[in-house]
Design a protein around this ligand. Structure first.
Ligand code: ZN
Length: 410
C-alpha cells in the first residue's frame, strides 16, 4: 500500500464519519476542493449546489476525457433494502456520527478514489496527453445533482469526448465489472386515480398492475448477491436482459381515499411508453386513470464500444481474472450518471469491494453495506491507467467518438 493509498483511506474515513445527505455535501465538497487545489488542479466549487469541477491539463495537446464521482450519503431509514441487520460492525472508529445518515452506497469511496486519481496523475503517475476533467457531483441519491451541474453549462463548456465513473458493487475486491451496452434502468412514477374512493377496486387494480412486473426486489442479502452474480452468466443474464420492475405503495389522501402509487423501472428504456399504455389501460378498465407527474428519468446506458475497450484495457493491465463482464443490467437501482452519458459516451464500472474472508458484502443500499478499503488504491490505479490510456487513444477518421459527432458535448 502506497502513502497515497493510506491518505485516501483516511480521507474516506473522514467522509464516512460525517456523511451528508443529497444537497448538503458542504463539508465533503470542501475536503475535495482542498485536496485538489493542493495537488495543483484548477478547481471550481459551488457548481450546481455543492458540486466541484477540477481540470488537470497534461503536457501536450489532446482530447478531453471526464471522470465523475458522487459525494452524497444515504438516508438509512428510507433508502435501504429491508434486510435483517447483523450486529457486525465494519467501521469501528470511523462510524457515522450523524443519526440516520450513512454512506451505505459507497460514495465515500467513490469520492476518495476520484481525489486519488486526480492526485496521482497530478503527481505524474502516468503521462496525461490532453485534459482530464474531474466532476464531483452532489445529490445523486435524489437524481438531481447531475442535472443541476449541467444547468450551469460548465461541464458542457469543457466538451469531454468521453465520460467515466465507477460504483461499488458486490464483486470480490480486485475485480472490476464492465457492462457493454447495459447499465441501470431509468425511473418512471405513476399515480392511479379511481373515482369514488373505492379501496377494494384500488387494491384489485394495484394487483393487476403488479402482474406486469417481471422481477421482484431481492429478499435477502444472499438473494441480492446471487442475482448480481447472475448478470455474469450468459444463461441467467438472458432471463433479465429485458425486465419490468414495479414497486407500489398506497397514499392516503386527506379525503381518506387510497391512491395506488408506483415506481417503474424497465429495460430497455424504449419500453416506457408501452408500459405506461398498459397501466393506463388497466386503470381505464377499472373506471379510473393514471397520472404521470413527469417524463421517465433516463436509463444509464454504457457505450458498448467504450465499455468493451475499457474491459480490454483492464484485462491487459490487471489480468483477465480481474475483469467481470456483465451481460444484463441490474434492475434495482437508478443512476443520474445517465445524464452525463447523454452528453458524451462512456461507461460506469462496478468496483468490487466485497471480501468473503471478513464478511464485507459490498452490496450498496443494504443495511450491512461494508467495503474493503483496499479497493480504493486498486480503483485509483485502474482508473488513472484507463483515463490516460483513453487520452492517448486517437479515434480513427469517421469514428463515432470524433469530437463534434453525436454523443460528444453540445
Ligand atoms: Zn450510489
Amino acid at each position: 500500500m502506497t502513502n497515497l493509498d493510506e491518505e485516501l483511506i483516511e480521507l474516506r474515513r473522514e467522509i464516512h464519519r460525517r456523511p451528508e445527505l443529497a444537497g448538503e455535501e458542504r463539508e465533503t465538497a470542501g475536503l475535495v476542493a482542498e485536496q485538489l487545489r493542493a495537488a495543483g488542479l484548477e478547481v471550481t466549487t459551488g457548481v450546481g449546489g455543492h458540486g466541484v469541477l477540477a481540470v488537470l491539463d497534461g503536457s501536450a495537446d489532446g482530447p478531453t476525457v471526464a471522470y465523475r464521482a458522487d459525494m452524497d450519503a444515504v438516508d438509512a431509514q428510507t433508502n435501504v433494502l429491508p434486510f435483517p441487520r447483523s450486529s457486525r460492525v465494519f467501521d469501528e472508529g470511523f462510524a457515522s456520527r450523524v443519526p440516520g445518515v450513512a454512506h451505505l452506497c459507497g460514495h465515500d469511496l467513490h469520492t476518495a478514489i476520484g481525489v486519488g486519481v486526480a492526485r496521482a496523475l497530478a503527481q505524474g503517475a502516468e503521462p496525461v496527453r490532453g485534459r482530464l476533467v474531474f466532476v464531483f457531483q452532489p445529490s445523486e441519491e435524489n437524481l438531481q445533482g447531475a442535472r443541476a451541474m449541467q444547468e450551469t453549462g460548465l461541464v458542457q463548456r469543457l466538451a469531454p469526448r468521453e465520460f467515466y465513473s465507477l460504483h461499488c458493487g458486490p464483486f470480490p475486491f480486485g475485480t472490476i465489472g464492465v457492462s457493454p451496452g447495459y447499465g441501470l434502468p431509468g425511473l418512471d412514477h405513476f399515480r392511479i386515480v379511481l373515482p369514488g374512493g373505492n379501496d377494494a377496486a384500488a387494491a384489485a387494480l394495484a394487483a393487476e398492475v403488479a402482474q406486469l412486473g417481471t422481477v421482484a426486489f431481492p429478499k435477502s442479502i444472499a438473494d441480492y448477491n446471487a442475482r448480481f452474480h447472475a448478470l455474469l452468466e450468459p444463461e441467467t443474464a438472458a432471463s433479465v436482459r429485458e425486465f419490468v420492475c414495479i414497486t407500489q405503495w398506497t397514499e392516503q389522501t386527506p379525503d381518506a381515499q387510497n391512491i395506488p402509487n408506483g415506481l417503474l423501472r424497465v429495460w430497455p428504456h424504449e419500453r416506457h411508453p408501452e408500459l405506461r399504455a398498459q397501466i393506463q389501460q388497466l386503470a381505464a378498465a377499472a373506471g379510473g386513470h393514471v397520472e404521470f407527474p413527469g417524463d421517465p428519468f433516463p436509463a444509464m446506458v454504457n457505450s458498448a464500444e467504450l465499455s468493451t475497450a475499457a474491459g480490454q484495457y483492464l484485462t491487459m493491465a490487471l489480468g483477465p481474472e480481474s475483469v467481470a463482464w456483465a451481460k444484463a443490467s441490474w434492475p434495482f437501482n437508478c443512476e443520474d450518471f445517465a445524464l452525463f452519458l447523454n452528453e458524451a459516451p462512456g461507461a460506469q464500472f462496478y468496483l468490487g469491494v466485497a471480501d468473503a474472508e471478513t464478511g464485507m458484502n459490498g452490496a450498496p443500499h443494504t443495511p450491512d453495506f461494508a467495503a474493503d478499503e483496499r479497493a480504493i488504491g486498486h480503483g485509483v490505479r485502474a482508473m488513472a491507467g484507463l483515463l490516460t490510456h483513453r487520452l492517448a487513444t486517437r479515434p480513427a477518421a469517421g469514428d463515432s467518438l470524433r469530437p463534434g459527432s453525436k454523443g460528444a458535448a453540445r
